[in-house]
Design a protein around this ligand. Structure first.
Ligand code: 4AD
Ligand code: MG
Length: 467
């Protein structure tokens, strides 16, 4: 039985066997045992007079043990039940001199260097249980809304975002002078940057699909918001216009966050406290105005603010930081790409709420977005979250064959690379839309962690692919 189960529905008086890892061993008597099923430890009480000294010495922080004993109501403070150990066995030792995770506070930077051991800590246990809950909620949401889970390929021959930030896939030996026609696939291939284009093909037959898979970007962004390998959720819907697309994204985000609020209370309260402590150590100006749980409840209970790129530019142009030249990238003209400092100003200072920006200039967005009547903006939308910046990017797709063909030529993509994509516009084309939700950015938001490398088990980033 898992410790989560035992603590949730304690069967007082039963003899139980529990396996887990020792968090601490106090007074040669009280073992705090954790098996990962929940944040809470199970207290196991050993009678040291009855046990062999050499075996007791093996009960050290990090050791894996099995205990058997009666579950009783606890007389001590801090727990409601405990196990009176009648038998224990050390399954795996953890030598004190070597085991790095002693019961004290470790920095996240240090824990990143021992990412193989960090799932054993309270913080990472909580983060990864919430990561699971979010993933589960996402599948649940789409399933109940009639979407089909669609698997876009990981290895592709096309660049979905047209940004050229791809990792090459090859089976040619190192140093080979053969070209890609002699390679495994007989052409140049890459790890996908997005499952969208293949997702659109699914939507054109199945109606509503979503992908949930790993995506890869070889962009040299060493930030707390970027990974080279991250997971993305990409729904794609026939007959949805941009308005419906925004509605769906807002509902999905609220549903998943509500799921965490309702189902991960213990982990969330732990992270809430962690977040509050972390804020205290920051300078006043950089502190978050809301606590973690407060922030999640705010998102669930309030409408996102929707405004066009043009409206956003006007706000930014007239903003205090712009006038006082506080932005690293000053906003002067319409057409400027928004940097994270601008997005954060809008979300955290101006609106103090999640913001959906739409109708961006065509030339700062991808080729597949639907051109507006004005001929210069596209039906794009980004959702910006407090403390995160962009969490969702999406659009209504260009469904008109001629317009898409012209756009592909304009951005310089060879038509033969996308003939199959273009054919969906030739055969039964229709209005359709979709978006991409960065899964780690969602986990980052829901857990209040500060660095995206701490919400994925084994982060990949420039010059970093350990484990
Ligand atoms: O805005 P992006 O690049 O959009 C697309 O890839 C579209 N094809 C999505 C679609 O319409 N189906 O990426 C979508 C989201 C971003 O909003 C962000 O949350 C996340 O993916 N993202 C990253 N997350 C972590 N590390 C990175 N390097 C990321 N790049 C994008
Ligand atoms: Mg984007």
């Amino acid at each position: 039985m898992s410790i989560a189960n035992i603590l949730q529905t304690p069967t007082i008086g039963n003899v139980i066997t529990v396996k887990g890892w020792v968090r601490s061993f106090r007074s040669n008597r009280f073992i705090a045992l954790n098996d990962g099923s929940s944040l809470a430890n199970l207290q196991c009480v050993v009678d040291f007079e009855k046990e062999e000294e050499t075996e007791l010495k093996r009960i050290t922080t990090g050791a894996c043990i099995s205990v058997t004993g009666e579950l009783v109501e606890s007389k001590g403070k801090g727990q409601s039940v405990e196990v009176i150990v009648s038998f224990f066995e050390v399954l795996g030792d953890a030598p004190v001199e070597e085991y790095p995770l002693q019961p004290k506070k470790h920095s996240l930077e240090f824990l990143r260097e021992i990412a193989h051991l960090r799932p054993k800590t309270n913080t990472f246990g909580a983060v990864f249980r919430i990561r699971h809950a979010l993933s589960f909620a996402i599948h649940n949401y789409f399933n109940k809304e009639g979407f089909f889970n669609w698997h876009s390929p990981i290895i592709t021959g096309s660049d979905a975002e047209g940004a050229g930030e791809m990792f090459r896939v090859t089976a040619l030996p190192q140093g080979s002078d053969k070209d890609s026609s002699d390679d495994f696939f007989g052409k140049e291939t890459h790890l996908t940057v997005s499952g969208q284009l293949e997702g659109e093909l699914g939507a054109m037959g199945l109606g509503k699909i979503y992908t949930f898979g790993p995506t890869f970007r070889a962009e040299n962004s060493n930030t707390t918001r970027h990974l080279a390998e991250f997971w993305m959720i990409e729904p794609e819907m026939a007959f949805y216009d941009l308005e419906m697309n925004m509605d769906l994204a807002e509902k999905l985000l609220k549903y998943t966050i509500r799921h965490v609020l309702e189902n991960c209370r213990e982990d969330l309260e732990f992270l809430n406290k962690r977040f509050a402590d972390e804020q205290k150590s920051k300078p006043q100006l950089e502190r978050a105005e809301q606590g973690l749980i407060e922030k999640l409840e705010f998102v669930v209970n309030n409408n996102f603010i929707r405004l066009s790129y043009t409206e956003a530019i006007n706000i930014l142009r007239n903003s205090r930081p712009n006038k006082k030249k506080k932005f690293k990238y000053p906003i002067n003209d319409w057409g400027a790409d928004l940097q994270s400092e601008h997005e954060r100003f809008l979300v955290e200072k101006h609106f103090k709420a999640p913001v959906v920006l739409f109708d961006y200039p065509a030339n700062i967005k991808a080729f597949y977005m639907r051109l507006n009547e004005d001929g210069k903006t596209v039906r794009a939308m980004d959702i910006l979250f407090p403390g995160i910046g962009e969490i969702v990017g999406g659009s209504q797709r260009e469904e008109r064959f001629d317009v898409l063909k012209a756009r592909i030529a304009e951005v310089g993509i060879p038509e033969k690379e996308l003939w199959w994509y273009l054919e969906t516009r030739k055969f039964g084309t229709c209005v359709h839309s979709g978006f991409g939700l960065g899964f780690e950015r969602l986990v980052l938001f829901a857990t209040g962690m500060g660095n995206i490398r701490d919400v994925i088990p084994f982060p990949r980033a420039p010059k970093s692919a350990g484990f």
